[in-house]
Design a protein around this ligand. Structure first.
Ligand code: AMP
Length: 473
């Protein structure tokens, strides 16, 4: 996405409105700190030599963020050095350690997306022993080698056996219900986006937080920041975002209608769904973001939108977005490995499994094995998983390789006839036989139960796919 320097000012303006809005609903946020898990990713160069990096990496590396003036409403437990460390393990470790050390000051806990906060909790599950050891002794884990992080942690970390004992007591138990409230007892709300694809994480977050409110404060993208939620303490299902007209020129393509006439921001109608179209200061012209929004009302004259879904995205665990064409392509590439076994993929569907952290893609395959004496081996099917991963986009592979935020892809082979049963089920619920299409992604419980009850074997990617910062596709 093209961007220009002045865009940062515009984005900063949106950020600067978040706390004044929050203060209308939650008092006393200047009496403590925010525990936010924020990360940067590696920078790359485009073939033409331009710097390329994710939008948040640009923002955290900017002076707007790094040299921000002191603001009692925006004090974070994480030092800049920890946020700006590109090694995701070291960054997370230092941020978690600071969060534990300052546990009694924390008033809100957050990450950009819900998936990021769950990753942090999972990290604590895996690393609490070492963290408690560091707190007890006042020495930093030798795996933290980044010099600026070590230097800043030297000032923060002091031996505190009492705190180490507390962390051990809380984390030692099997039961992690309410862990956020137990460790950070003054937390008033979670600051995470749980709308759109992130809604899948709400039940898990409720479990870990003991039902703390979840605030979805803003709606933004790499292309442009769009707007904010003027009622951030509302329920996730009621979140609406008010688009700020100064961020870009916004137009709306009526969704599901044959007209291709664009509607201006001021002219959208309540109850209708639109696809968001942008013309940005950085040079995108009538660009289709791919988001479908529904108008729910107005704030003064500014329309408010509910995020309905992203067009064409089948699978998403965190910032990855895999569409139908990509999944199809990945299946085709993987099924080439089955050729020598005279086997083909007759049908497939997929599921984003986020029950465990990190979440992973599950692909259900119905196979046609023409020669059962020469059926594909376990090893080949494992390699099919890896081949699919190699075919997916670079954001997926980066999440797998650099961030470990997506787990190994899984193929579940189902019995022959399973997809026909799936169709029978859909027809029994009113689908048309003529127009029936195999859903390429599933999540409806009865369908999941049907598929899972027919699984004959499970296979996982045995290795990491290729990804390097230089190799962008
Ligand atoms: P990216 O450019 O990778 O950061 O992704 C931007 C996309 O993430 C948007 O176009 C939306 O599809 C989604 N997104 C961002 N903010 C929200 C939000 N508050 N609620 C739902 N989806 C969001």
């Amino acid at each position: 996405m093209p961007t220009i320097h002045e865009e940062l000012d515009r984005r900063q303006l949106l950020y600067s409105l978040l706390m004044p809005v929050m203060n209308l609903y939650v008092p006393g946020l200047d009496k403590g700190k925010g525990l936010y898990f924020l990360f940067v990713k590696a920078e790359t160069k485009t073939p033409g030599g331009l710097l390329a990096r994710p939008v948040l990496t640009s923002y955290y590396n900017s002076d707007h963020f790094k040299t921000r003036p002191y603001d009692p409403f925006n004090v974070y437990t994480s030092p800049n050095e920890a946020i700006l460390c590109v090694d995701s393990f070291q960054s997370m470790y230092a941020q978690m350690l600071c969060g534990l050390i300052m546990r009694n000051e924390v008033l809100r806990v957050g990450a950009v997306f819900a998936s990021g906060l769950l990753r942090a909790i999972h990290f604590l599950q895996n690393n609490w022993k070492q963290l408690a050891h560091d707190i007890a002794t006042g020495t930093l884990n030798p795996k933290i080698t980044d010099a600026p992080v070590r230097e800043c942690m030297r000032k923060i970390l002091k031996p505190n056996p009492e705190l180490a004992q507390f962390v051990t007591m809380e984390c030692y138990e099997e039961n992690w219900e309410c862990i956020i409230k137990r460790i950070w007892p003054r937390t008033k709300y979670l600051d995470v986006i749980v709308t759109g694809a992130m809604a899948q994480y709400i039940p898990t977050l409720e479990y870990y937080s003991g039902g703390l409110p979840m605030a979805c404060t803003m709606y933004a993208s790499s292309e442009c920041y769009f707007g904010l939620n003027l009622n951030p303490m509302c329920k996730p299902s009621e979140v609406t975002y008010t688009i700020m007209p100064n961020m870009a020129y916004f137009e709306f393509l009526p969704h599901g209608s044959s007209t291709s006439c664009l509607v201006d921001l001021a002219d959208v109608e309540v109850g209708k769904e639109y696809e968001l179209i942008l013309t940005t200061y950085a040079g995108l012209c009538r660009y289709r973001v791919g988001d479908i929004l529904r108008v729910t009302g107005f704030h003064n004259a500014a329309p408010q939108f509910r995020f309905i879904r992203r067009k064409n995205v089948l699978l998403s665990i965190e910032s990855d977005k895999t569409d139908e064409a990509e999944l199809q392509n990945a299946i085709e590439n993987a099924s080439l490995l089955l050729k020598e076994f005279n086997t083909s993929v007759v049908e497939y569907t997929s599921y984003a499994d986020t029950k465990q952290i990190p979440g992973h893609y599950v692909i259900y395959w119905e196979l046609l094995v023409k020669d059962s004496a020469n059926a594909p081996t376990d090893d080949v099917l494992n390699r099919c998983c890896l081949q699919m991963e190699e075919s997916l986009n670079s954001v997926y592979r980066q999440s797998r390789v650099a961030d470990n935020s997506i787990g190994p892809l899984e193929i579940r082979v189902v019995e022959n006839g399973t997809f026909e049963e799936l169709m029978d089920y859909a027809i029994s619920r009113g689908a048309s036989i003529n127009q029936y299409k195999v859903p390429r992604c599933v999540s409806f419980t009865p369908i999941m139960e049907l598929l899972n009850s027919r699984v004959v074997s499970k296979h996982f990617s045995p290795d990491l796919p290729h990804w390097t910062p230089e190799r962008r596709r």
